[in-house]
Design a protein around this ligand. Structure first.
Ligand SMILES: Cc1cc2nc3c(=O)[nH]c(=O)nc-3n(C[C@H](O)[C@H](O)[C@H](O)COP(=O)(O)OP(=O)(O)OC[C@H]3O[C@@H](n4cnc5c(N)ncnc54)[C@H](O)[C@@H]3O)c2cc1C
Length: 304
């Protein structure tokens, strides 16, 4: 699952330019990523190698570092391209040939050759779903009926939702950075302000706070956001570093990230984040994901 362009999209999301296609610059970027060890974009390419368990065990014995994660599930060895590049000497030669056909630019650079070709995604997204707090798209999936089937999503959501999301560690992320982008930030403003639940410290009720407070606070939120946007703009115009100026942007600010996740972790996310104890905004995203790709219950095999 994946392509040369997938790697580049996941790298360029830092600059908010993940939809851009410029093959010559893309190939230069792949070379740069490899040479400077900016390795996380390579995690969004997933390899499933049909094999018996013995090959997997022999690969594990030869791993150069415990940081290289290679899994076995449903008759396949599962790994991402970052792990493959770190452990490629341990794999059969025909895998390298297959990868070179699917990822001609990346594998050529890995092998110190001049790239002659470049592989593109068929479409930017397979499906896109809107929620009240943003949107998500299914970029790709590799479904072989195992607990380690893989999915890549792109998500646009407020910062506080992204913080909750990124606690789900079993998976890979690449996100926009306000150190790099200069376009005006956008913000989520809830349709109404939900009341604090009294029975559960972390939860909210569906009902809005009383009027006039609901309307008054919403108006003020809008004004403060407008003010902060202007202050941010003024600061960056006066050459305040973007990495510092961003400190004043509130948690309602939207961010965008790519998420590549194995089924077992995706099901864990769906179970935890569609639960009524989860925050309404992330619950809407988790429900949208469940509607898109279903829930298989692979997480239920875990005791903890
Ligand atoms: C309603 C709700 C409230 C929450 N409140 C808070 C909060 O107040 N503060 C806070 O910090 N977090 C909070 N969290 C986040 C929560 O603690 C988890 O970090 C998050 O839900 C990710 O779950 P996970 O660890 O199962 O998933 P992942 O990190 O994706 O891990 C998937 C699975 O891999 C295994 N695993 C991964 N890493 C390890 C490891 N290092 N050791 C052992 N097993 C591992 C586990 O079996 C795990 O279930 C909250 C989550 C929810 C749903």
């Amino acid at each position: 699952m994946g392509s040369d362009q997938r790697i580049v999209r996941c790298a360029r999301v830092s600059f908010g330019k993940d939809e851009q296609l410029d093959i010559e610059r893309d190939v230069k970027l792949i070379r740069y990523l490899l040479e400077h060890k900016h390795a996380s974009p390579f995690e969004h390419v997933i390899i499933a190698l049909e094999s018996d368990k013995d090959l997997w065990l022999s690969i594990l014995k030869g791993l150069p570092s415990p940081a290289v994660q290679i899994y076995y599930s449903g008759g396949y060895i599962w790994l991402n391209l970052r792990n493959y590049i770190n452990a490629r000497d341990l794999f059969p030669e025909n895998l390298e040939k297959t990868l070179s056909e699917h990822l001609p630019a990346t594998m050529a650079v890995v092998k110190n050759e001049k790239p002659r070709d470049y592989s593109k995604d068929e479409a930017y997204l397979k499906e896109r779903v809107e929620t009240n707090a943003g949107w998500l798209g299914l970029v790709d999936s590799l479904e072989l009926g195992t607990d380690m089937d893989y999915y890549t999503f792109v998500v646009e959501c407020p910062l506080f939702v992204a913080r909750q999301w990124h606690r789900h560690r079993f998976g890979s992320y690449n996100e926009i950075s306000r150190r790099y982008v200069s376009y005006e930030p956008s913000f989520y403003i809830p349709p109404y302000l939900r009341k604090q639940a009294l029975s559960n410290k972390q939860a909210s009720l569906e009902e809005p706070v009383e009027e006039p407070w609901n309307s008054m606070f919403l108006k003020k939120i809008g004004w403060y956001i407008q003010d902060l946007k202007e202050l941010y703009k003024n600061m960056t115009e006066k050459e305040v570093a973007k990495e510092l100026a961003r400190g004043i942007l509130p948690q309602f600010m939207n961010t965008r990230f790519y998420w590549t996740v194995p089924r077992v972790s995706l099901d864990n996310f769906i179970a935890l984040r569609t639960h009524e104890g989860a925050q309404r905004e992330i619950r809407e995203f988790a429900t949208a994901i469940r509607n898109l790709v279903g829930y298989r219950g692979c997480d239920k095999k875990l005791r903890l």
